[in-house]
Design a protein around this ligand. Structure first.
Ligand code: ZN
Length: 119
């Protein structure tokens, strides 16, 4: 693939990601539901295809990230990024929005006493 085509391809992917981020933060609920139904399967399929290419071989090395001269032990950077974004941070459970913006408990001392008093 020549350099210009590579640049066009990369820009298209970045623009697509920007569009999805924009939709996630601005679209109304019905549009968001529609986008989620069409785009989430595409994103999961994309991750699956990418991760399948980076599955470790029988020696525990990533065949995509290894070269003839330098072996890359698995998990490679692609698998580490997948874990970081999909497991460690990306889909971690969060409280509902109305609870996230709630101010901290106004009387922490009293609630500590209540806990101590329960014993
Ligand atoms: Zn790899």
């Amino acid at each position: 693939m020549d350099e210009i085509l590579g640049q066009v391809l990369r820009n298209a992917v970045w623009e697509r990601l920007d569009l999805l981020s924009e939709l996630a933060s601005r679209a109304d609920a019905p549009s968001l539901l529609s986008v989620a139904r069409s785009e989430l399967p595409r994103l999961t399929e994309g991750w699956r295809a990418l991760l399948a290419a980076h599955e470790p071989d029988e020696r525990g090395n990533c065949p995509e990230c290894s070269s003839r001269w330098r072996q890359q032990k698995s998990p490679c950077s692609v698998w580490r990024a997948a874990y970081e974004h999909l497991v460690a941070g990306g889909l971690a459970p969060r409280p509902p929005r109305h609870l996230r913006s709630a101010p901290p408990t106004p009387e922490p001392i009293r609630s500590r006493r209540a806990v101590a008093g329960a014993h």
